[in-house]
Design a protein around this ligand. Structure first.
Ligand code: 4AD
Ligand code: MG
Length: 470
């Protein structure tokens, strides 16, 4: 049967509402949020199909053949098809309503056991029902904003001629050199082959140790040094045992990598990129953003609007440390030159000192990865982090070391084995060029945009220490 004739042909509620076509006939399908029965002998059904925050009000008249047998039994969570004529609504709260001449039930939801009954549930509780939470207003709005942001990210790079690159998820190298990797193996864990008291990886699937990638950067550099400007956008994995509101074991990262680009160009691109994403969300996700403003954080829209027009503050790590040492606030982690900044320090700079996003550059080499370009002072590297109020670091990047011998020395200095990075080193032997890139934590950006306090609530299925529901 063709789709034209199918009983499953429908119009999305977002389209019905924006069409404003009073008098037209529509078929909609979705999940009942509420049903109210009027004394006058008909019912109001609020239907949501995920296409927008608003539901469609459906008027179900007692004349419907299944009114008494089915319609008055509809409860929150039931799925239905409703067809009828769109009319102007006399009631408060909605402009239009659908006067149904037909309602069919797809699936019932027993109110005794369907968990989404009360209007408001705690986010902690909703995390335990990740299979149902996208049916709530908050998680529906997060899913739509997340989708719009992903689109805006691709659009930003595609417009500028960047090539979208798929870097591997299974990796043989440690990009960050921090060793916080999940291992990938096909060994029977009860019988791991050993040789001279150590695991014999030569017998494993890849004939050597393999991990889930912590970043696509090293592979992106390969393509930048042949295609010019590239970007990756994919899942990344970190086995760090960080049980915070900003860390996931599986998160999505956007990583542009540009040939013929120095730190200044890198910083400029990151700022332009963030501003464009923010203005896209302000323009295209108004209804969802108003929802976040009303129920999650009343400053989200104002903050984004300010960012689009404001300059970001750009200063060096060394200058930032001077400010932090003089701060009138007591920090849990005391500040001195050389420390890795904590989120309390990052937030102090953004929220108290500059009241805007801050880009810090030129960090001490000891606290940054081996691949960052060494400055002439031999102490700092051409690194940059973008810090935002509330969340702290959302972007980390750098100009890359493009001198073979200096990179070799840095790899050794950091206790890594140059042999593991032979191909990465070769890129510095054959046609090396200045190049730079950064990584944006997609979930941290969504946290910032939506105002949601916990990173577990901006990814559909969060993976954190001790948590893997399904
Ligand atoms: O600062 P990071 O570790 O940088 C890199 O991985 C570089 N290779 C990026 C590059 O230059 N191409 O991570 C980049 C960003 C961080 O700023 C943060 O926003 C996010 O990734 N991030 C996390 N997000 C959620 N959970 C975690 N555990 C994260 N670790 C990093
Ligand atoms: Mg970082």
């Amino acid at each position: 049967m063709g789709r034209e004739k199918s009983m499953l042909k429908r119009t999305r509620i977002a389209q019905v509402l924006s069409s404003g076509e009073i008098g037209s006939r529509f078929t909609v399908m979705g999940w009942v949020r509420t049903r109210r029965d009027s004394k006058a002998g008909f019912s109001f059904i609020e239907l949501n199909d995920g296409s927008c925050l608003s539901g469609l009000q459906i008027i179900a008249d007692a004349e419907l053949s299944n009114y008494h047998s089915e319609v008055v039994k509809l409860q929150t969570g039931c799925s239905i098809r409703a067809a009828g004529i769109l009319a102007a609504s006399p009631g408060k709260g909605q402009k239009v309503e659908l006067k149904a001449d037909e309602i069919a039930v797809f699936g019932w939801a027993d109110p005794e056991t369907y968990p989404l009954q009360k209007k408001r549930h705690s986010f902690e509780f909703l995390r335990t029902i990740a299979h149902l939470r996208p049916r709530t207003n908050t998680f529906g709005a997060v899913a739509r904003v997340r989708n719009a942001m992903a689109w805006a990210i691709h659009n930003f790079f595609q417009k500028r001629g960047f090539i979208y690159l798929h870097t591997p998820i299974i990796s043989g190298s440690d990009c960050e050199g921090a060793g916080e990797m999940f291992k990938v193996t096909a060994f029977d864990l009860g019988h791991i082959p050993q040789r001279a008291g150590e695991v014999d990886f030569s017998k494993d699937f890849f004939a050597g140790p393999a991990n889930l990638t912590v970043s696509g950067q090293l592979e992106a550099e390969i393509y930048a040094l042949s295609m010019g400007d590239v970007y990756t956008f994919g899942p990344t994995f970190r086995a760090e045992n960080s049980n915070t509101s900003r860390h996931l074991a599986e998160f999505w990262m956007v990583e542009p990598e540009m040939a013929f680009c120095d730190l200044e160009g890198n910083v400029a691109l990151a700022i332009e990129f963030l501003k464009e994403i923010f203005s896209h969300i302000l323009q295209n996700c108004r209804e969802d953003m108003r929802f976040f403003e009303r129920f999650i954080d009343d400053s989200v829209i104002k903050t984004l609007e300010a960012l689009v027009s404001q300059d970001f503050e750009i200063l060096s790590y060394t200058e930032a440390v001077k400010i932090l040492i003089k701060a009138d606030q007591k920090f849990e982690f005391p500040v001195e030159w050389g420390i890795d900044l904590q989120s309390e320090h990052e937030r102090y700079l953004c929220e108290k000192v500059f009241k805007r996003p801050v880009v810090l550059t030129d960090y001490p080499k000891a606290i940054k990865a081996f691949y960052m370009k060494l400055n002439e002072d031999q102490k700092t590297v051409r690194a940059m982090d973008v810090l935002v109020p509330r969340v702290g670091e959302i972007v980390g990047g750098s100009q890359r070391e493009d001198d073979h011998d200096r990179l070799y020395a840095r790899i050794q200095e950091m206790g890594l084995n140059p042999a593991d990075y032979w191909w990465y080193l070769e890129l510095r032997k054959f046609g090396s060029v200045p190049h730079s890139g950064f990584g944006l934590g997609f979930e941290r950006l969504i946290q910032f945009v939506t105002g949601l306090a916990n990173i577990r609530d901006v990814i559909p299925f969060p993976r954190t220490p001790g948590n893997l529901t399904f």
